[in-house]
Design a binder for this molecule. Sequence first.
Ligand code: CP3
Length: 339
Amino acid sequence: MNDTFLKACRGEPTDYTPIWMMRQAGRYLPEYQKVRSGRTFLELCKTPELCVEVTLQPVDILGMDAAILFSDILIPMEAMGLELEFLEGRGPFFPQTVRDRATLDRLIIPDPDESMGFVMETVRLLRKELKVPLIGFAGAPFTCATYLIEGGSSKVFWETKKMMFTDPDLFHGLLEKITRCTTAYLLAQAGAGAQALQLFDSWAGILAPSDFEACALPYVKRIIADLKPTGLPIIYFANNGATLLEYSAASGADVIGLDWRINIGDAIRRVGDKAVQGNLDPLALLLPADRLRVRIKNLLDDAQAAKGHIFNLGHGIHQFTPPEQARIAVDAVHELSRR
Ligand code: CP3
């Protein structure tokens, strides 16, 4: 078992810097496209044998040091009782949004083993196959709430902020319910065998610091505190969160995920005694090989002072990235960081 990733999470010395990439299982891989063709994304998410196959692909093909469970942050939102669709080319869609008390009251806190047994089965199957650690994950409550309130992805987040500013009781009631669902869901993943847990706060960066502190951070803190007894490393990734780093560091997470909009050395100085994960611009993977290697070398140098560094992209790998470029990055990180 290659446990370099877990050691880096815990801030222990490693022989080299481990690397994985957010959204590493996905459309940029022809092997994924093949499994995905002829079925919907949700069908794929609910078929453990296929989830196992696509989870393993980036580990086997590209040499990643960690695997991330193949699923989606919106799976537990569907389990709370909301119909979910993924529209081709448009992303997630909830036909019924949550914008009033009656709809909020109808949401359930699902038993994860009952309603998302396919996820736990995927975790169990993966643990039999994997030679690298398995990361489980969930969306952070604020990010999940935006999808339920908007009904899908958004640019301005009008409905979310409208609720936040005009009906805080309803807004916090929703965050509260999502938090309870998320904690139970992540505990179930840990029970099934996940070896680290990541919370994705993809939309945290749209919030003013004071709103982040009031509406996002408390729920993240609670989830992390409730996961502590599992002993698993917890990674918190607030996308576009350079202005929120001190708050993220106060979340209780062991590892702070970083997007690419901040120099990693500056971020390390601000998060203090914590491991960091990041933070290559996903599109920098398009650099010619020699310049990509220099870029990676500089990033590794800038991250020297970290208590632990897990190399990653600053956000998910883009669907049009040539897989060969990801391979060049993985090899460069392994080679250039070898101690
Ligand atoms: O390899 C992995 O990282 C594991 C699988 C994974 C997926 N989604 C699969 C997926 C993970 C960890 C996620 C997390 C996720 N999902 C996030 C947080 C990370 C981030 O990107 O900020 C968010 C916001 C979502 C919600 C979501 N799912 C959106 C907005 C979309 C549409 C946009 C897109 O990239 O297609 C998805 C769909 C999705 N989730 C795909 C995959 C592989 C593409 C589905 C397809 O095959 O068509």
